[in-house]
Design a protein around this ligand. Sequence first.
Ligand code: F6R
Length: 240
Amino acid sequence: MEVRIFNSADEIATACADIFSELLVTKPECVLGLATGASPVKTYTELIKRCKNGEISFSKVKTFNLDEYCDLPRDDKNSYYTFMHENLFNSVDIKEENVNILDGNAADAEKEAKEFDEKIENAGGIDIQLLGIGTNGHIGFNEPADSFSDGTFKVKLTDSTIKSNSIYFDDDSMPRYALTMGINSIMKAKKIVLIATGESKADAIKATIDGEVTPQVPASVLKNHPDAILLIDKAAAKLL
Ligand code: F6R
């Protein structure tokens, strides 16, 4: 696992966009694993700028998002479907049919999850998976647990995640369940890039980098990946 420490979130966005741009140029029909939340927003803004400049194109790209809330309409302002369209897809030349976001309202969540994993396999697997990290060390919505999860599945969110993400919801309407790629689905990606900024991530980053590999700190599994890069700022690196 490679760790790169930066002065600011802007520097991280440039470095992360460089990694994605290199792939987009060398393999225009690549498969991207994407994340939502605050961490990737500046990277998406930088990728939009480069796409508008003609440096990169998403016209042949397929994307798979890590996760989606359950029981939230797809067009809700807090759905990850809406987030991805507002923060990236509406501003680049991607084809809507190449965008894959889990349906958190599927009547049969197990079937939805299985079909999602199959679609990733059929697309040839994910070339780069982008990740953020929860303050509890979660990746995707793989919460601290007794064992590492396998493929995509429906998960009950922990109190810590509900507390962190509730700030985006008007009242107590934050969903309690989500569909998420499993740890094994994430680990199958050829390359993984994790972004962490701010002091609130310092404990999780310390446990990920300096601690043992344990499902109690889901991100620690990245130490077992042959090509995982952590892009973190000085505040997130403060306890290292
Ligand atoms: C988002 C996701 C989550 C976030 C994590 C960090 O798709 O899977 O694991 O990456 O909760 O969120 P932010 O970036 O908002 O701090």
